[in-house]
Design a protein around this ligand. Structure first.
Ligand code: ADP
Ligand code: MG
Length: 726
């Protein structure tokens, strides 16, 4: 093989010194004209596995790829590297007649090493006839999981690739590459492409730098996410939502709360989408809130977190989407919010689908639910899903997992596992988890009755434990290799060979106990719902003392609901005290000296994490205009243009801005003030507002009416309040 001098060509064409992972053996295999199947996670370097041999080998390699954008991207890269525009071409429906002719000429003259074709174009008779005349080296299928209905983006055209190639050239080596590694998908790809003798190259799918966490989703989720985003200010993150509507809503909430966020979904026009994508990539916004339409082909290496606002539909999509975090090997937090209701919602969507799609979808959801609810290592769960063994105690990255600390909390469950296996055997390995569990706890279903499972003697004998327990036991038994699902009977649990062998011996099985998770949210919720009793008592004592000192009744100091609010918000500064229910500036100034030190002390000695910025600002009635203004100012648009495009007068526009600023939201209009007022004028107005006792605008307008335009004074005041107060 040395005659090809792979390293030299790697360096010459791609500028890399060394092959990554399995690349070299993969390339050798394809150069030897063997069918090759490559499973490698996103970012692993799959493209090079077919690009380099294509360049080296005689003839043209055909590359099938699902997205025009991805094809163009790769073609541009190769042309640049080789400094040769003929070396790679795209053949798809977007080309003009003369462009097609140009491509054909280059291919026939054997100048072209890589010809990227969309599967739909491949099916066209004129392309088939053309390709018959060419000298082809091999066929590469990128994103090969598109072949499988089990995959996360099934493309029916992918299923015809094989039969089309029978017509073009009877024998041609195939290389199929994908980042989706489930056995089901793998099976499907190999069968569909008839790659019986292909060599399979599988890289580990472990992403040791990613931290996996699942939190319970409840009504506080928006607040939780705002809190998270503020804490991670300046870092790039993606938040996935299921619906476009949710994407819009959440972007709005984040924006109102001073977080730089943009939306991305298929409902936006392509210009806005491109623009928003650029904003994210160029780091002009921290967060993109998106549907799953966002991400394919995005190669931003430093995405620090991926949040799933809604649970994804399958473990494959989850793996793909979380995989966009930490591609540079740095920190990457994968945080998923989960509640059972969301699963129910997704199940409902599926109920109207054709039977096959529905069954597959429900099975995938069942896996997602097991993942979200499990007490075992999430990394182990994911890798096991992809057919990979992983040691949750010492494997690479094992501690980056919210369940890690719980892994030693175990109970012997040998007896229960044996019972579970017995039930599965007695029901002839015909049932899905849901019916197995019903049989265990003694619930009937049509299927159970039809199979007479309610007549077996073990029926209902496991009802000392609840359904959740048995579900989790099934998860843990599966991950440990006792149970499996096969692709020919969707969702049905079978007993593995390992299990059969073990069953003949004395084996033991430890169950990792379920623990209450999500302490984070628990604490937060408690604080909101039930106030801090201890602090309340302390504050009441302080109030008593102050009232005695001033010889007034205690309630005139602070009313009880104010004290309660303090036990929730823990004010430690004057401003925070003013924000407490029923506390005006006067009361705050008078009593701060007595109350604030006590609260500060309490917060410190009880290690209370103050959520001071976390009053979730919600959208008011005219929130769209508010959002429009905030975004316009963020982009530094001229203010008169913003007002005009909303069809409102400048004065009304300024009133809106005043509302925004006085509600505590930042509006940085320095760029505009610098346009309308020179430094000296700004200094004069600044000094004036600084001296002012109350900040009444009328006084200011009267004072300066001959010197400044009324609107300009109001605008300056907005800047002033923004700088000084917010
Ligand atoms: P995949 O298709 O597997 O997601 P790509 O083929 O897009 O991954 O490659 C991911 C990144 O890795 C690209 O930036 C690519 O240039 C880089 N890469 C590929 N092979 C090597 C190598 N041998 N050395 C260094 N970088 C590589
Ligand atoms: Mg790729």
């Amino acid at each position: 093989m040395s005659k090809y001098n792979l390293e030299k060509n790697l360096n010459k064409f791609f500028g890399f010194k060394q092959f990554k992972g399995l690349q070299k053996s993969i390339i050798k295999n394809i150069i030897d004209n063997n069918d090759t199947f490559v499973l490698m996670p996103t970012g692993g370097g799959k493209s090079l596995c077919f690009q380099l041999p294509a360049i080296i080998k005689k003839g043209t390699a055909i590359v099938i790829s699902p997205l025009i954008a991805l094809m163009k991207n790769q073609v541009d890269l190769i042309r640049n590297m080789a400094n040769d525009d003929s070396i790679a071409h795209v053949l798809n429906s977007s080309l003009s007649k003369s462009e097609v002719q140009n491509v054909r000429t280059d291919v026939l003259n054997e100048k072209t090493k890589l010809l990227y074709v969309a599967p739909e174009s491949l099916a066209k008779i004129e392309n088939i006839n053309f390709l018959k005349q060419t000298n082809l080296s091999f066929l590469a299928i990128d994103e090969a999981h598109c072949i499988s209905e089990w995959g996360h983006d099934f493309r029916p055209d992918y299923r015809n690739i094989r039969s089309i190639f029978e017509k073009i050239k009877s024998k041609i080596p195939i290389i199929a590459v994908t980042a989706t590694a489930t056995l089901k998908v793998q099976d499907d790809i190999l069968k569909n492409l008839e790659m019986k003798n292909s060599k399979i190259f599988k890289a580990s799918f472990n992403r040791p730098n990613l931290f996996y966490e699942v939190r319970q989703k409840d009504e506080n989720i928006n607040l939780e996410i705002v809190k998270y985003a503020k804490f991670n200010k300046g870092k790039s993150g993606i938040i996935y939502c299921l619906s476009r509507k949710k994407v819009e809503e959440l972007t709005e909430i984040l924006t109102i709360n001073d977080i730089k966020a943009i939306s991305y979904h298929a409902g936006l026009d392509s210009k806005t989408r491109m623009n928003n994508q650029d904003l994210f990539i160029s780091e002009n916004c921290d967060i993109v809130v998106a549907t799953i339409a966002f991400g394919m082909g995005i190669d931003k290496p430093d995405v620090r977190f991926v949040i799933h606002y809604d649970i994804p539909k399958s473990i494959e999509s989850y793996y793909q989407e979380t995989g966009r975090a930490g591609r540079d090997g740095g920190e990457g937090h994968c945080l998923t919010f989960y509640c059972k209701e969301d699963i129910k919602k997704l199940e409902k969507f599926l109920s109207v689908k054709p039977i096959m799609e529905r069954e597959v979808g429900l099975d995938q959801l069942d896996d997602v639910m097991s993942y979200a609810e499990t007490s075992i290592s999430r990394r182990q769960f994911i890798l096991n899903y992809f057919g990979e063994d992983y040691d949750p105690y010492v494997g690479e990255g094992c501690d980056k997992d919210d369940n890690y600390l719980n892994l030693n909390n175990k109970t012997d469950a040998t007896f229960n596992l044996k019972f579970l296996i017995e039930i599965i055997k007695k029901t002839n390995e015909k049932f899905k988890a849901v019916d197995i569990i019903k049989s265990i706890v003694g619930e009937k279903s049509a299927l159970i009755v039809a199979n007479k499972a309610d007549k077996i003697d073990s029926f209902g004998k496991g009802n000392k434990f609840n359904k959740e327990y048995w579900k989790e036991l099934i998860t843990q038994a599966s991950v440990n290799g006792f149970l499996e699902k096969k692709s020919d009977s969707i969702g049905v649990l079978k007993i593995t060979k390992k299990c059969k062998i073990l069953s003949n011996h004395n084996f033991s099985f430890m169950f990792i106990n379920n623990v209450k998770k999500n302490k984070n949210i628990e604490v937060f919720k408690n604080k909101k719902e039930s106030f801090d009793n201890k602090l309340f008592e302390i504050l009441k004592r302080v109030r008593k003392k102050v009232s005695e000192k001033n010889n007034v009744p205690p309630y005139t100091i602070f009313q009880e609901n104010s004290l309660i609010d303090m036990t929730v918000k823990y004010p430690v500064t004057l401003n925070e005290l003013i924000n407490i229910i029923g506390v005006g500036e006067g009361k705050a100034h008078k009593n701060a000296q007595y109350f604030l030190p006590v609260i500060k002390d309490y917060v410190n000695s009880n290690n209370i994490v103050k959520e001071n910025n976390l009053i979730l600002k919600t959208k008011g009635a005219n929130s769209t205009i508010k959002l429009f203004i905030i975004q316009g100012i963020d982009r530094k648009l001229p203010l008169d243009e913003i007002a005009e495009s909303k069809g409102i007068s400048m004065s009304k526009f300024i009133t809106e801005m005043e509302k925004i600023v006085s509600s505590g939201t930042k509006l940085d209009i320095k760029y505009w003030i610098d346009e309308i007022l020179d430094d000296e004028q700004q200094d004069e107005l600044y000094d004036y507002f600084m001296e002012l006792e109350d900040d009444s605008i009328n006084a200011a307008i009267n004072e300066f009416k001959n010197l400044y335009d009324e609107n300009d004074i109001r605008l300056f005041r907005i800047k002033f309040l923004n700088d000084v107060a917010n």
